[in-house]
Design a protein. Structure first.
Length: 170
């Protein structure tokens, strides 16, 4: 029986420039093109409440938030959204969405956390990417971090059904 052999060849690809920092995960638009995003984080803080419904065994921990936040240069906003933790998988990322709204328009933020093991509580800091804006905020773009500290804090035995939450946008 004849032996098949492959001839391997090394091709030079040319000069490459390595990035100096890790870029955030960008949302995609129709056609698979990445949205244009600039590093212009929202800066500010807020408070509100959270409500964690019963934990769905396979889906992991989630909670809904409502509150208010004041962002430097943009004003005061009502905040609504949710965060979903890692469920029945070896590892994954918490995800979520926040919608900031006032009489001048809305800003929608997609959230994602660092890689965690299955059934971990959602992290206290998530990365955000501005995915949409309306009205006076239709030009807003960027990414940054949002801290979400829940009081009372979740424990190893699960999360309280509700409490107070503080937001820090940076």
């Amino acid at each position: 029986m004849p032996t098949l052999r492959s001839r391997l060849e090394l091709l030079e690809l040319g000069e490459r420039t390595l990035p100096s920092a890790v870029a955030p995960v960008l949302p995609t638009l129709g056609g698979g093109l990445a949205a244009t995003v600039t590093a212009h984080p929202l800066l500010g803080a807020g408070v509100g409440t959270y409500h964690g419904p019963q934990v769905t065994i396979d889906a992991g921990t989630s909670f809904a938030v409502t509150g208010t936040a004041t962002l430097r240069g943009l004003g005061s906003f009502a905040v609504k959204g949710s965060v979903q933790g890692v469920g029945f998988i070896a590892s994954g990322r918490a995800t979520g969405q926040l919608v900031l709204s006032n009489a001048r328009g809305t800003i929608t933020l997609a959230l994602h956390g660092a890689v965690q093991t299955g059934f971990s509580q959602p992290p206290t800091e998530l990365v955000y990417v501005v995915t949409a804006g309306t009205g006076a905020f239709s030009h807003v773009s960027g990414y940054g971090a949002v801290g979400m500290i829940r009081h009372p804090a979740p424990t190893a035995f699960g999360q309280p059904p509700s409490g107070v939450i503080s937001f820090t946008f940076s």
